[in-house]
Write a new protein. Sequence first.
Lengths: 226, 458
Amino acid sequence: MRLLLLEDESEVATLAAGNLRKSGFTVDAVRLIDEARNMLRGHRYDLLLVDLRLPDGDGTTLIAELREAGDAIPIICVTGLDAVPDRIRGLEMGADDYVVKPVVHEELVARIRAVLRRPSTTQPRKVEVGGVGFDPGTREVTVRERPLVVPRRELAILELLIQREGRVVQRDAVESAVYGADEEVQPNTIETHVSRLRKRLGEAGADIAIHGIRGLGYMLEAKPAA
Amino acid sequence: MHRPASLARRLRVRVALLQGTVVAVAVAVHLALAWGPMVEADRDLGRLTDAVAESLTFDDDGVPRIVPSERLRELGAGARTLRFAVYDTTTGIAVEGSSPELMAALPRNARLKSLRYAEFEAPGPDGRLMPGALTRMPTPGGEYMLAAVGMQRGFVDAVRWIWAELITTLLPLLAALAVGSLLLVPRTVARALKPLDRLSAQARAIAPGARARLDESAAPREMAPLVGAVNTALDRLDQAFEQQRRFTANAAHELRNPLAVLQARVDSLTEREIKAGFQRDVARMTDLVDQLLTMARLQAGQINIESRVDLREIARTVLSDLAPLAIHGGREVALEEPPHPVWVPGDMRVLEGALSNLVLNAIDHSPEGETVEVLVRDRPDKVIEVLDRGPGLPDGVGDEIYEPFWRTEARRRGVGLGLAIVRDAMKLHGGAVAHAARDGGGTIFRLEFSDLGVSAAE
């Protein structure tokens, strides 16, 4: 993975480039928009990290140029400008993500991976949480490598929650995933399905917790290691 | 505070007063002219009678005749229309010097012996009827009747004549005018003041940082200077606003870069324990910078109010974000909301930030196993409430908790700007934040959205 880092503060650039290299990326760092243009002309990069405020102009102009020329290179803005209009401007110009300085290294790496993965997200990959495996392609569920049969509605709930592990899925989203538009949702049926799913997974030996958040929705996560 | 009366009302009242005065004066003049001339005629006749009486003389033979005294000559001088006659009450014979025309025109009963005084009308030299008076006058030479007709044709006469002519033609016109203006003045005044309403509406719609101005071309000439002055003031405010915006943008840039350097250095550390400590420090520092910048932006009024946002949406987003934190800390969160949207005009991100601060506080102060509840209501008022089962605020603590850097001693994290941010955010939305002790222990924080305030800017 080769990244181009456009950052005018030399200390930030040196340190960030060093950390990224340690995480396994190849990094070229430049100070000016002009230099970035030259580097982009001469080399192939997988991703561009851009500061917005630069000595020879605004980073968004480079983003706009690239997008106008039809270049789909993934771009993340990394900047000290955190006002909402600045963020919106960056994203409108065609940046894929926007992070505000200072950014914790692990988070930056996660964002880079997320942006690089984005084009292929149409084919979700197999996920595994707390010993529960789910294959979106075949919709097969395994617990501790052993297949588990899950009824249709419970499977729909599991599919939704496991793919958003660690995040809250709102009740509306669960309902629309489980029931068709013309089906009437009975109150508490979702809760009933979730209870059964919890029990089923627990009995099969999964280390998974499905938290119900009253009035809001559900969150699935691996049980913390005791 | 004393509030100046309505301009429209004042105009209407003044016009009505003016009209009333005109009518009153007209009526007074009319009445004065109807009665006034009679008074004048009376006085004239009295003077005339006196003058005639003093002009009646008797010669050595006792024959009466009228020898005009100086006063009578004076009265008779010029364009006077007076006549006089004196006759013997027993014979009815006119004394020399009497007017034959008057004698001929005297009413029949004027010769009654018992008559002492009478008023009558007789045609004057111009043929018009004029007031006259008969007065019995005993003299040493016998009883005589003295008749006098006419009056001074002076200024009052002329006015009365003109008035009489005018009143017949003008009265209907005046009446029409009076009725018409009574009906039209309020409407005209309202129309004339319409530009004020438009300008007020424009002014209300001007949000901080918006480049909008009042439309000077729409203002009548009398209002134009005020509108121009307001626009100039807005220019100056905009400049200050822009300066403030640039300052916070620069401050953000300058504060975050050294933090970025620090963060990157910490990230490159390999010693896990040291690294974790530094990471907490940098995170804390970053929090402080974030909060300070948020605060600076709020205090400079840098927000983007949308015409409507759903309070339920805000509550859901914030709780979804913070639920994992609460759950990992052994607390729970719960949401209660009406089944329909609760719209307010507002800046979604700013409101999310404000609610976030309250929910974070509530989670921080809740004992393990407790639930932080968030209530969205639209009746009787639009509010979001955050309820915790924490230890509650210390006794006697009031609104100072919303001052920047106010902190409880038990506070574990945060930089003490959270509640100040909540207060400023609500102020910018024309609302308020309030708190109260909760029955059964804990605290309730309430974000109150008033229907006035920003909604007028829609």
